[in-house]
Ligand binder design. Structure first.
Ligand SMILES: Cc1ncc(COP(=O)(O)O)c(C=O)c1O
Length: 449
């Protein structure tokens, strides 16, 4: 069946279609080859091999069409093979594929930086530079903050995820699988409690105030505010389980940073580019970061990431202190321009809110009928449920439920420090009927049907 499809993108039939078991025979063959060629450390969520994708579906080598609630981990927010992205990349690939922006520049890199300077929160003067991955963006944000402040300490939070390089793995909270056996870690990284409403010991109402007070107290007592270069936080913790810090927590931390000359870095690698029903999640509480890191949804799947921040911080780094061979590759820059046009012209910020308006009430209804769902949370098209042993807050593993969804042709991802969160990141262009169908599959899986 897959041979009948000539290309992916929004023209793909927007339907769930199972023609074999999942994974099918051809995927299983390829998976055996993969096992012999690729180490197990690079894991696989759902071992179907993809031939096409677009809109709200992913099509595999056996001809199955799966509903996509993952977007390649929040990347293909504008949809796979989105037309404006494809068109721009197609033109660019025929013109030139690489020069290295640091050797001989090209306009698209500058255009992406101009756009990010304009679109990210705050109307102060900004600069942007481009790199290849979220981890690289975070590392560079820390470099800039250290250079600008002359200080070394970096403060991060429980449940945070920032990448897999030495520094970003150190910044990441969870040991298994990200850190186990990979030490020693980088110095001068301090981790503080996060305002996690569902699990805050004295309850959600006191969470913001108490967590902020604890964090500030720990900075003052254990590190010394004058030694802190940066506070780094995801405005919604992504891999940690889509934890929205209790409202009021982030503004209080920002206020403390401002009062103490600390650079506030928002890691919007997962939350950025319309995903949460704002262009950036910081906007929800009116937060203006000193530096913001972006990646994932920025370029429709081409590798690109950005560091955007106050001009007076970024301009301090000496020439040659920032950059890299591939950062801001011309294909990725064209893709990013296509993504930004698509978000604006197809009103995908509004579309993300619409997705939340469909998902949240249905998930809350499921929660009322099923005590395994301890919490329903998220914003826009970044939604999660936290699973618990009924009647307790003890984590209930999410992997088994995810596997049942996969068998039925619904691609969902797990997350969470305790492995008990199912997270939903559909492409923002997914049609409503696939959202509804996906939720019905999920409901059955949760009910054990
Ligand atoms: C918040 C956050 N920061 C950083 C990263 C690392 O990005 P990358 O995998 O592109 O290095 C991720 C990836 O999931 C992320 O979610």
């Amino acid at each position: 069946m897959s041979t009948a499809i000539t290309h992916g993108g929004p023209g793909l039939p927007q339907e769930r279609r199972l023609v074999t078991e999942i994974p099918g025979p051809r995927s299983r063959e390829l998976f055996a080859r993969r096992q012999a060629a690729v180490p197990p450390g690079v894991s696989t969520t759902l071992p179907v091999f993809v031939t096409h994708a677009g809109g709200g579906v992913v099509v595999d080598v056996d001809g199955n069409s799966l509903i996509d609630f993952g977007s390649g981990i929040a990347v293909t927010s504008v949809g796979n093979a989105a037309p404006r992205v494809v068109e721009r990349v197609r033109r660019q690939v025929a013109d030139f594929t690489h020069t290295c922006f640091m050797v001989t520049p090209y306009e698209s890199y500058v255009a992406v930086c101009e756009k990010l300077n304009q679109l990210t929160p705050g109307d102060h003067e900004k600069r942007t530079f481009l790199v290849n991955s979220g981890a690289e963006a975070v590392e560079n944000a820390v470099k800039v903050a250290r250079h600008a402040t002359g200080r070394q300490a970096v403060v991060v939070f429980d449940h945070g995820y920032h990448g897999r390089t030495l520094l970003t793995m150190t910044l990441t909270a969870k040991n298994m699988p990200y850190k186990q056996g990979f030490g020693p870690f980088a110095p001068e990284v301090y981790r503080l409690p996060l305002a996690y409403p569902f699990r805050w010991p004295t309850g959600p109402d006191n969470c913001a105030e108490e967590a902020a007070a604890q964090a500030i107290d720990m900075i003052n007592k254990q590190i010394g505010a004058e030694n802190v270069a940066a506070v780094l936080i995801e405005p919604i913790a992504g891999e940690g389980g889509f934890i929205e810090p209790a409202r009021g927590f982030l503004p209080r931390i920002v206020e403390f940073c401002r009062a103490n000359g600390i650079v506030f870095i928002a890691d919007e690698v997962q939350t950025g580019f319309a995903r949460t029903g704002h262009l950036f999640a910081c906007e929800d509480e009116g937060i203006v970061p000193d530096i913001i890191t972006t990646a994932k949804g920025i370029a429709g799947g081409l590798p690109l990431a950005a560091v955007t921040g106050r001009a007076d911080l970024l301009d301090r780094v000496h020439p040659g202190g920032l950059g890299g061979t591939y950062g801001g590759n011309p294909l990725a820059c064209e893709a990013a321009l296509g993504v930004l046009e698509t978000i604006e012209q197809d009103k995908l910020v509004e579309r993300a809110r619409h997705i939340g308006e469909i998902m949240l009430p249905r998930l809350r209804a499921i929660q009322r009928g099923n005590p395994i769902v301890g919490d329903v949370r998220g914003r826009g098209a970044m939604i999660a449920i936290e699973l618990v042993v009924p009647g307790t807050k003890e984590p209930h593993p999410a992997a088994e439920i995810a596997r049942k969804c996969h068998e039925q042709g619904l691609l969902v991802l797990t997350a969470g420090t305790y492995g008990n969160v199912l997270r939903f990141l559909p492409p923002l262009v997914i049609p409503d009927h696939l959202l509804e169908e996906g939720l019905s599959i999920l409901e059955k899986a949760l009910n054990g049907d």
